[in-house]
Design a protein around this ligand. Structure first.
Ligand SMILES: Cc1cc2nc3c(=O)[nH]c(=O)nc-3n(C[C@H](O)[C@H](O)[C@H](O)COP(=O)(O)OP(=O)(O)OC[C@H]3O[C@@H](n4cnc5c(N)ncnc54)[C@H](O)[C@@H]3O)c2cc1C
Ligand code: FES
Length: 276
């Protein structure tokens, strides 16, 4: 099976969109699902959300941020190059309630995971998207969000674009102004933890898309275990979406830090090898 890169777009200095030939994935894909890919035969497996899937073209799009060795290697691949393997769609599709007022809130590249959900949710819901970025240069997918709904709020930490402050400030304002039934969130873990606290105080149901470290993505290795409601769950097959109120964020943060040293060494060696 060929997983050829059909299109490559750089959205910010660190974020890229790739359209990849993958005819089977769009046949079964639902929003909220992800793929696990390996850049080359010796590469590690990494999970990335399916940003969009096109049955007629037999392709999917992914949007990713350069975080370490594998995403760096992926960002250096050009149109026409082939990815060694791509498994998916994986994970449980997001549950989208009907006839509700929904806020979808994301931070940074987490917006790429919010967009497919927003596209599906808008069919039967009133949706608001709240997107937070570090600064103006990091803003992604603004036009895409505005095509989905008129109700889009953008914040930047330094105030260089949109509201000055955090996306959580806007969330609090919206919860005061409007009756919200459900919140969906995706982004850095500390942000999702904060959102979950705000939702709990406002007594609004909140789902978070957890980014636990995954290897096989099919429930066999145990790498992605998370504690939810005092029980062990596997993010790849029980998630990635979970009821925010039930998630043990401390455990998740600790488990995400467990390969930090190896990740640094791996990126350093890759950069040296590539002359970067
Ligand atoms: C279900 C799911 C969907 C995701 N979707 C996206 C997406 O659409 N776009 C995007 O930019 N990122 C997404 N991520 C995060 C992405 O998988 C990591 O950024 C990537 O694996 C980093 O690998 P690296 O080698 O470049 O960096 P590394 O230096 O290896 O790691 C950098 C950080 O990324 C995380 N990470 C590393 N390896 C993995 C792994 N195998 N699985 C999960 N996290 C890992 C860790 O927090 C780590 O500290 C998703 C993660 C999950 C679990
Ligand atoms: S990634 Fe191996 S069990 Fe989830």
């Amino acid at each position: 099976m060929s997983y050829k890169i059909l299109k490559k777009r750089q959205l910010t200095p660190e974020v890229f969109l790739l359209e990849i030939e993958a005819p089977l994935i769009p046949l079964n894909y639902q929003p909220g699902q992800f793929v696990i890919l390996r850049v080359d035969e010796e590469g590690e497996r990494i999970p990335l959300t399916v940003f969009s899937a096109d049955k007629s073209k037999g392709s999917i799009c992914i949007v990713f941020q350069v975080a370490g060795k594998t995403t760096k290697a992926l960002s250096l691949m050009n149109e026409g190059a082939e990815i060694a393997d791509l498994a998916g769609p994986l994970g449980r599709p997001s549950e989208i309630p009907e006839g509700k007022n929904i806020i979808l809130i994301g931070g940074g590249v987490g917006i790429a995971e919010i967009v497919p959900l927003a596209v599906r949710a808008k069919q039967a819901n009133n949706i608001t998207i709240i997107a937070g970025f570090r600064n103006r240069n990091m803003v992604i997918l603004e036009n895409t969000m505005k095509e989905i709904t008129k109700s889009v709020f953008i914040s930047t930490d330094d105030g260089s674009y949109g509201y000055k402050g955090f996306n959580t400030d806007i969330l609090k304002q919206q919860l005061v102004k409007n009756k919200i039934d459900v919140i969906y969130s995706c982004g850095p873990v500390p942000m999702m933890e904060k959102i979950s606290q705000i939702a709990r105080r406002a007594k609004v149901k909140c789902f978070v898309s957890l980014n636990a470290i995954m290897l096989d993505g099919t429930g066999m290795c145990g790498s992605c275990r998370v504690m939810v409601g005092g029980k062990v769950k596997l993010c790849c097959i029980d998630g990635p979406d979970f009821d925010a109120e039930q998630v043990d964020f401390e455990d998740l943060k600790n488990r995400q830090r467990r390969f930090l040293e190896q990740e640094k060494i791996s990126l350093r060696e890759f950069n040296k090898r590539m002359g970067l």
